[in-house]
Every structure is written in C-alpha cells, then in structure tokens.
Design a protein around this ligand. Structure first.
Ligand SMILES: [Zn+2]
Length: 388
C-alpha cells in the first residue's frame, strides 16, 4: 500500500514537473523589440498604404539616400531564410522570433559576415535558403546586413516587414517599433467623395459620385477639428469615401492613415484599422479604394463602406455595410475621425440634410430579417416593401 502511494506521488510529481515545463517550450513569449538602425528612424512609407493591386506590406526606413547603413535584428530569434533576387525584395534576410512573428529586411546591399559566407554567388543569382531554429541564432541588436537598393527599389532604403510566422498575415511594424518612430503630426483629410448607390440614392441632387474639399488646413498639427460650413443634401442610400494622408514632423513624405472612423449622429457606421492584412486579401485594396479614380488622378479615395464580397478584416461595418440611408427630412451630422499609431487625431464634421427626392425609392431595410435578403433586395429590388 505504501509502495503504491509512493509510486503515485512520484508520477504526480513528474506530471506536475512536466506540466510546469510544457508551456515555455511552445508558448509565444512577449519579447523586446529594438530599432533596426542606429540613428533616429524616419519613414519614407508606412504600413498598409494603398497601392495598385496591393497594400504596402511594411515600413520604408530612410537610409540617408545612401547604401551601406548597418541593419540590426529587431529582436531575439534565428535567421530562418535568406533570399537573393534581382526583383522583388532583392537581397533579404528573415528573422523568426519566439513570439510567433518573423521580421523581413529587404533591398539589402549585402549580409553580415556569418551569413554572406553561406552564399555561393556567381553573379546573376536567385537564391532562397531556409534554416531551422538553432542553426543561426541571433540576438536583438545583432548586425545582420548592410542596407542597399537591390530588387524592386527606386532608391536606397530599408523595407521592413513583420509577419505572423504561421499564417504570414502582415502586421503593422509600428506595433513593435512604435516607440522608435517620432510622430506628433495628425493625419489630414483632403476631401470626401459621396457615392449615391445606383438608382437608390442622390447627393446634392446628383446621382453620380462627387468630391468635396475640406479646404486647406494646417498640415503639421497634433490635433484639429474642422467643421465644414457648406450644407449638403441627400436622399436614399449614399456611401462615402475619403482621400486622406498621414504626416510626420521631420519630412515632406506622406503616409497611409492607420485608423479612420465615420460616425452618423455620433454612432459609428464604419471604421478601418490598418493592421493584420492576410496576404490573400491584398488585392482587395482595389475594391476598398476607388481604383478607377486612382487610375485617372493618382489619389486614393478609400471607401467608408464595404463592397459586396470584400473580406478585408481591417474594415468594420455594421448591418448596413457602412452605407447611410437618408430617409428622414432632418439634419444628419457626419463626423470623420482620423488617427495615427501615436494617437495624433483630426476630426472633420459636416452636415447633410435629408431632402425627399422623387427619383429615389427607399427600401425599408429595418423590415428585413437578414443581410443576405437585404443585399438581394437592394440589388434586384422587389419594391413590394418600398415606399416612394
Ligand atoms: Zn517598401
């Protein structure tokens, strides 16, 4: 009996001990991130900027317009991949970190000694080497490469991406490197676009999309609130889109806006938070943005509503998909709130008066039970449930 008890105790201790050890082996530990360069970071581009067919997948760190700046690993981990290519990322090095993220350093001139020796270069190379954990461990702050201008790059800079190692979802590097990037300047909106839904809405008596300027504003301010004096009219279903840029104090560059929110009478109808973009959705930038407008004007109006079929997880809308129904003859107060990663903020208010228009028939969306019906009935209206 005693023997049996001791055996139980022993097994129990072993179980306890192994339970205690198990989590540290596989769990994703929080780790400390540091700057990839040894001077103040100034960005030439930020994460998620809309570009034709894709979102900018990382940050562009300025390198003083020269090659050869020392590039350091931003955290502990191991070198998991090295690529050499005339296109794309050019010379690139990947570091996998124990918190489940991988940092990718691109357009490099060359790699630091221990890595450069692993490559047998013959000239016009395309190399893609993968390494296991334990082969090439690095510490945060270790020199891993020199910056360059290789691959698809229009000038010397460091393009740095951070991905979820498992899913390869693209993260905003400022989530990790925010403290190293000075920014006390709020994003600014230039103008908005009103997009009446075809046959279902009018804006300022027009049935096609129209743009309206917010006027020239002070660019380099930390926060601002602008009220448009002009009054607009609308009836039926209207979507909105916004042309806006973010800025920082130390350069003329402009960036994408991290957070955008559209409120109607104080209630959110749309918001976007540009972090965590699955690679498989990157082409949806052409649907979120008004691609046709970009082709003609090279400015991106980003919609504050969701087109049918869009999966982009950075957009948040309710039941109405962000489209506003003006169906009461009263003032609607619309507010755009723009924020950057450092919480600099600008606010734009404008008023839209609901004015009945006989060209538009409004569906009583509130009578419908589910959004699939809503979508069907608004594209192919049955009108039995509509009033003039
Ligand atoms: Zn870039």
């Amino acid at each position: 009996m005693l023997k049996y008890g001791i055996w139980l105790l022993t097994v129990g201790c072993w179980l306890l001990a192994s339970c205690g050890e198990e989590p540290t082996a596989n769990s994703q530990e929080p780790i400390v991130y540091s700057s990839p360069v040894d001077y103040d970071i100034v960005l030439a581009g930020n994460f998620g900027e809309p570009r034709p067919n894709h979102f900018h997948g990382g940050i562009d760190v300025k390198t003083d317009n020269v090659e050869g700046k020392q590039i350091f690993s931003i955290a502990n981990g191991f070198v998991s991949r090295i690529t050499v290519n005339m296109y794309g990322f050019g010379n690139a090095i990947y570091v996998s970190h124990p918190d489940g993220n991988t940092s990718v350093y691109c357009h490099l001139k060359c790699f630091a000694e221990p890595y450069e020796q692993l490559l047998t270069r013959t000239g016009r190379d395309t190399l893609d080497l993968h390494f296991d954990a334990g082969q090439l461990p690095v510490n945060g702050g270790d020199l891993i490469a020199l910056s360059g201008n290789t691959g698809h790059s229009t000038g010397p800079h460091l393009h740095l991406e951070i991905h979820d190692t498992e899913t390869w979802v693209m993260r905003d590097p400022l989530e990790f490197l925010g403290p190293y990037v000075a920014d006390t300047v709020a994003p600014q909106a230039h103008s908005f676009m009103a997009v009446p839904m075809q046959g279902e809405g009018v804006f300022n008596s027009g049935q096609t999309k129209q743009t309206f300027s917010f006027g020239q504003s002070d660019r380099k301010v930390q926060s601002s609130r602008i009220q448009l004096q002009r009054e607009f009219t609308a009836w039926g279903r209207v979507g909105f889109a916004l042309w806006a840029d973010d800025y920082c104090e130390s350069t003329y560059n402009h960036y994408g806006v991290r957070y955008t929110q559209l409120l109607v009478d104080g209630r959110e109808v749309f918001s976007s938070n540009v972090d965590g973009i699955p690679i498989s959705t990157t082409r949806e930038v052409n649907d979120w943005g008004d691609y046709d407008h970009w082709r003609h004007n090279h400015t991106w109006y980003l919609k504050s509503y969701r087109e049918p079929g869009m999966r982009l997880p950075i957009l948040h809308t309710g039941f109405s998909q962000g489209i506003i129904t003006f169906n009461e003859e009263r003032d609607y107060h619309l507010t755009y709130i723009l924020r950057d990663y450092q919480n600099n903020q600008s606010i734009y208010d404008f008023t839209v008066r609901g004015v009945r228009d006989s060209r538009v028939r409004i569906c009583r969306h509130d009578l419908l039970l589910n959004p699939y019906q809503l979508y069907d009935q608004c594209l192919w209206p049955l009108y039995s449930h509509c009033y003039p």
